[in-house]
Design a protein around this ligand. Structure first.
Ligand code: ADP
Length: 289
């Protein structure tokens, strides 16, 4: 074989690879469209910083909706610090599937979940992602998972307004809206403003703001203590003219239930936290109907 033939073979191979890539992208785009068409409502839960209770809100919102009889899927899109697996007690369970599609993990009746943590070998493995790869990973989690027919897909976004929420908003432009989680301090104003500007920029409706860790009731004397001040989230909602969904109090049981892998709203626990979630879910359902 002479050099000209070798060149032709090499060129053809590169062309084939390119064609395959284009085909794979088209297939994935098609599957994404099909998957999303099977899901009635898609909600993005976001916050400007970590530790404000975004994942806690996502898992409890999902549990409550599932208990109400809705079919719910929860996508943990926090690629760096996936915590949904821990909060649902799904550690050690890995995603399986066939024909290039993965099945989501069954959490309980009406509720399935997918997290990057279910794809890695050990929970201690740090995940290192470059920007463009994050978009690809999120696209795969949306398109290459057998989500099936759902009433709700709740997407727990990582903190901030970076690559992940941007990818989600671009991949699912028909998102029903964003739920912003913040804390009661004055900084909530700045934090919420960033999330609101982001959602407005990408044309995604704002379902409202949740003020989490809002007030603590002493289990001994019953006195209410505003550990992180009060009303920051509510004021932010008023100032930016977006719905205020409700206040979730600081509650020790929310911490322990999350750590034990049995979210508060998955058990029939009563109290102020339940009342808060009932109000929040009702407000969201009212807006969606
Ligand atoms: P984020 O997703 O914003 O990083 P998490 O949901 O992981 O935050 O919550 C951070 C920690 O705060 C967890 O240990 C969680 O149990 C706790 N937490 C969240 N909300 C509350 C609350 N209302 N009362 C008490 N602890 C809470």
């Amino acid at each position: 074989m002479n050099n000209t033939n070798n060149e032709a073979i090499r060129e053809k191979t590169q062309e084939d690879i390119l064609k395959e890539k284009v085909q794979t992208n088209q297939d994935m785009a098609e599957r994404l469209k099909e998957n999303m068409a099977n899901i009635k409502h898609k909600i993005l839960v976001l916050s400007n910083k970590g530790g404000v209770g975004k994942s806690t809100v996502s898992v409890n919102l999902s549990c409550f909706l599932a208990d109400k009889g809705y079919k719910v899927g929860l996508l943990d899109a926090d690629l760096h610090g996936p915590s949904i697996v821990k909060m649902f007690g799904l550690e050690g369970r890995h995603l399986t599937g066939s024909d290039g599609l993965m099945d989501p993990l069954e959490v309980r009746k009406n509720l399935t979940a997918v997290s990057m943590a279910s794809l890695i070998e050990s929970p201690d493995t740090p995940l290192v992602w470059r920007g463009p790869l994050k978009g690809v990973a999120i696209k795969q989690l949306l398109a290459e998972v057998n989500w099936g027919k759902l009433d709700f897909l709740i997407i727990d976004s990582p903190p901030g307004t970076g690559d992940e929420p941007l990818s989600i908003c671009q991949l699912i432009p028909e998102l029903d809206g964003g739920v912003i989680v913040t804390t009661p301090q004055e900084i909530a104003l700045t934090d919420s403003r960033k999330c609101i500007s982001f959602l407005r920029e990408v044309n995604i409706p704002i379902l409202g703001i949740i003020e989490n860790m809002s007030g603590f009731q002493c289990p001994h004397c019953g006195a209410k203590i505003d550990l992180f001040k009060a009303g920051g989230g509510e004021k932010a909602a008023q100032d930016f003219k977006v719905p205020f969904l409700g206040k979730i109090p600081l509650d020790i049981e929310l911490v322990s239930s999350g750590d034990q892998g049995e979210p508060f709203m998955c058990n029939n626990r009563q109290g102020k936290v339940r009342t808060a979630f009932e109000q929040i879910v009702q407000s969201i359902l009212d807006q969606l109907s």
